[in-house]
Design a protein around this ligand. Sequence first.
Ligand SMILES: Nc1ccc(Br)nc1
Length: 446
Amino acid sequence: TKSNGGRSGSIVAPLVANEEGEEVQKIDVNPPKGTRDFAPEDMRLRNWLFNHFKEVSRLFGYEEVDYPVLETEALFIRKAGEEIRDQLYCFEDRGKRRVALRPELTPSLARLVIQKGKSVSLPLKWFAIGQCWRYERMTRGRRREHYQWNMDIIGVPQVTAEAELISSIVTFFKRIGITASDVGFKVSSRKVLQEMLRKYGVPETLFGRVCIIIDKIEKIPIDEIKKELGSTGISEDAIEQLLQVLSVKSLDDLEDVLGGAGEAIADLKQLFSLAEKFGYSEWIQFDASVVRGLAYYTGIVFEGFDRKGNLRAICGGGRYDRLLPTYGGDDIPACGFGFGDAVIVELLKEKNLLPELGQEVENIVCALEKDLQGAAATVATTLRSKGQTVDLVLESKPLKWVFKRAARINARRLILVGKTEWEDGSVSVKVLSSGEQFQVKLNDLE
Ligand SMILES: Nc1ccc(Br)nc1
């Protein structure tokens, strides 16, 4: 027995004989470390999830886009100390170009918007579902790929954009049976930090780095946070004040600390007011400690969390008004979110909300004799041309086998092509749930 979970990686794989009788090593039939296969039952769940993503995006009037999974490494090189950068799945290709498997979709979106330039009219409302990658030492045994649903609004500076994005996620949750008792959104604004840093004369250039350090506040000891903040040159007093403001519990308290004139308070007040109008107030709460782990956010940030606190963030997003100019693009405001395909499935399992998705086919068609296989093909094609799904039995099989297969694929009807009936263009139909059986002319078969 293998001690490595059946992977033949480190243990010499068994030798098997090929067609020429040569001894060959059996390949490792598992997918590469950190990646997944999607066998039919997995693919049915994935399609169910993605169809909800797509249906919500369509409801909100968003257009679908996609980008290459492979991008130039430069698209993701940011110097703010992000984990997403440390884990970049990057390499040199055969043309000696530095490339990377995308760790997220937003930089590709920015690249395409810049590429389109004046040929597109703002605002743009785009969505994508794409596989994203990271290269992480497998010691933690975590996945190296996941699929992310993204929705983005490009060209709207007002907070109405963020309010609509959160509404789309709430709409998604409601469609799959998740309620405000299960999940909430922690909402804040990076303008809180920005205003605090300005107050202490901290250079704007440190903003991204400071946010990334603070995003780790619940992951590493507070002394480490203070040490890392200190290493940027921020004074101890400023650090104390920063950490103080992150523990503020309400917008009113925040207003007391920041004063009422700043954009942070104005944005947050408007967002909570719009939440009322969109009908999702019970889903959101102010939480000054939310900063998110991507350097490019500049304003409102939010993350979906499970109220039981068992899981990692379900989704997250925010405003990134400075991203396009960092790639040489125009100064176009933007905001968006990412929603991964892993935590949501863990949540659905926990809430017993996973859908039962068996294979379904309307008809299984079978020739009763070998020389009627052609006739069976005609029957299958006729049904398919009418939009009926058909599993055609492709070889001569005993009826017992056919009935077993019909049950396994959950066929609704068994269509038998027999010699006598076929002579006058008819087939036998058996409705498998009721046992009802009748003969019918092929052309009358619906
Ligand atoms: N960015 C990223 C990519 C892949 C996985 Br799995 N998690 C995060």
